[in-house]
Design a binder for this molecule. Sequence first.
Ligand code: SAM
Length: 335
Amino acid sequence: MQFDIMLDKYNRDINYLRVSITDRCNLRCTYCRPKEGISLKGHEDILSYEEILRIVSQAVKMGLVKIRLTGGEPLVRRGFVEFAAALKKIEGLQDISLTTNGIYLDRYAQAIYKAGITRINISLDSLKKEKYFAITGGGNLDDALRGIAAAEKAGFSPIKINTVAINGFNDDEVLNFAELAWKKPLQIRFIEVMPISDVNFGHPEKFLPMRQMFDIISSKYSLELSSEHKHRLDGPARIFKIRGGQGEIGFINPVSEHFCATCNRLRLTADGKLRACLLKETEIDLRDALKNRCDDEELARLICRAILSKPAGHDLNCTDRSLKKCHRDMSGIGG
Ligand code: SAM
């Protein structure tokens, strides 16, 4: 089967796949994993690198152009660099990026860059040691900062910093993050916390509106949405340049401003399920099909089925921020 583009029922071109390559993580971010812990998949339950390569190759033939590797923490999986290099060889795949907590970047940044991944998102929710330790369930801020420095040194561009915005936790650091974007060519992206699974941070009082962050930053810096940025394709983020500074500030508001109407993504979970919406439970089991030695035609059919199952939108909103009971948490789905 040969396709040029993959359109869903609502005429959206589904050309972006986020791949969770492992559900394991070296951190325990409180908004990502439930307090009581999660049951991790065994090695035999997750897709092998070969299986992921086959799925991506098939999807590229159907119109996929962009993927993001995520998890869990991608860099805890052995053989990551070689896997990245193999992905890079898939003809037609135009863009490969990585989301990581950065802890192991000091060790791997150069090799990953050489393997052909040049765009990176690094998660960082606090610039204060004790708070970073608390939110990540034991992480060391210095490791993450060393990771960011290693990414800069290796030449990654852009380097985006994912900062989950939580009222009462890091609202007092909004200006410090802005200062970082002013000093360095980093894009700081404030992400609204999503009330998924059994996380602690789904409560309405933890919600930090973009307007509030914008006003805090504007008290010191001038934010401008330049015409270049207005027209730039940057997924769901609203990006502002800091006047006189080197970096940018982005706001991603999956709860208060759904971007479902332009959603172009599918998600592949570590255990091989294709998920059409982060917040809907419908999943198509590709791993099972691969284990049963499906041919390319069957694989293509299953990918199409996932695309056609994509809903018009999710139902998170600001007034009802009750916890969303997905049967998986973010680390399982791949954030
Ligand atoms: N381990 C990697 C990392 O820390 O970047 C990749 C996986 S992590 C699940 C990917 C992203 O999802 C992170 O930037 C994280 O902050 C975000 N995330 C996880 N749970 C979230 C939630 N409940 N609301 C908003 N963002 C969340």
